[in-house]
Ligand binder design. Sequence first.
Ligand SMILES: Cc1cc2nc3c(=O)[nH]c(=O)nc-3n(C[C@H](O)[C@H](O)[C@H](O)COP(=O)(O)OP(=O)(O)OC[C@H]3O[C@@H](n4cnc5c(N)ncnc54)[C@H](O)[C@@H]3O)c2cc1C
Length: 415
Amino acid sequence: MRIVVLGAGVVGVTTAWYLAQSGHEVIVADRQPLPGLETSFANGGQVSVSHAEPWANPMAPLQVLRWLGQEDAPLLWRWRCDPALWRWGIAFLRECLPARTRANIGALVRLGLYSRDCLDALRRELCLDYDHLGHGILHIYTNIHAFGHARDQADVMARYGCERFQCTPERCVEIEPALRDFQSYLAGGIHTPTDESGDAHRFTRALADHCATRGVIFRMGETVVSLEEVQGKVVAARLLTGERLHADAFVVALGCRSTALVRPLGIRLPVYPAKGYSLTIPVEPEDLVPTVSITDDSRKIVFSRLGDRLRVAGTAEFSGYNTAPNPLRAAALARRAVEIFPDIRLPDDLAHWSGLRPATPGNVPIIGSTGLGNLYVNTGHGTLGWTLACGSGRLLADLVNGKPPALPPEPYRPR
Ligand SMILES: Cc1cc2nc3c(=O)[nH]c(=O)nc-3n(C[C@H](O)[C@H](O)[C@H](O)COP(=O)(O)OP(=O)(O)OC[C@H]3O[C@@H](n4cnc5c(N)ncnc54)[C@H](O)[C@@H]3O)c2cc1C
């Protein structure tokens, strides 16, 4: 089959790879000049299967209320007259119910474990170099109540086969000596040694190169403006230039821009942009900076060592599609980085980046066939797009091929 994949982020490229591997003629179209330049560009770098709890959990509504109006809050909800934001917010509240949270955790962990295996296999098969580190992830807590809640969640995750170890502050420092100066602030930590980190952008570019050598055609710099439907089937994707890309099947993997493309066809995807920020700090070999990826639970900030750089990323702002950086929120990241790791030296020209996570209310991605038989979506990966990309790409390819997938597809099916 000839298949057009729309979007060359980490999700679109992994999808293209698995489709090409199963013998299809694949064309990838993206508006950027190179793959992985939007949300997959400078994320937190964590492949965090064992920390797959969604933002929507029973504690979230109270937390969001407490942070309302705080410009540098970890999770910032901007009141706007935007029906999509309100619809999304109401659905988010529903996903905070304990039973929904449990179901979402189950769906995320199952896909996460599968995805990590797929990523592992790809790294070995293709010798991909993307600053991968297999030192695990350490979640640190400064609040004793939040740590207590995390211990309860650890039991839930253990049921799904995730290895999570509770740590005293002393043990946290043994695992990651760069936390030395922050030990007195710690209530405890949760270590997940099987988690990983790496640069999603480097991975996306490297895999796209392998796709190209296996015949995948990349149409970069092409904006897709609509999909053309004839008698219940999509026949073409129309580009801004007026050109039509014809194919037997289409996969929409445009991150949070997927929603607008499929809406004229009567398909509603509950995906809303959750803006996040990151900083990338150059480090010297002698600097005491972490090599174990760290998540600071109280601020929702992650730290990942990517070769000779430290990526600091996090926070979420629900304010539409505007990617303009907010200096206050970027400064909060830098401040916290120096508080925890005083050895860090921030350069004067520190580069800020912001990206829009394609967030579903429960953080479970949407993968599979839509009401139109030959139109598929692979989007809505929210906080876990890098963690879930390979598994999602492979699951989508299995669904296109009519092959029984390795995991039940129901939780991810478009509704
Ligand atoms: C601050 C931050 C930290 C994060 N940290 C982590 C982390 O540690 N671990 C993790 O697993 N995930 C993390 N994420 C989430 C992860 O980065 C995303 O879920 C993932 O990148 C989404 O990938 P995607 O391919 O769906 O979207 P994108 O990477 O945005 O790809 C979509 C592509 O579609 C293209 N496109 C859009 N509209 C059009 C159009 N009309 N025509 C043509 N092309 C178009 C874009 O150019 C883009 O290349 C983080 C996100 C942020 C913002």
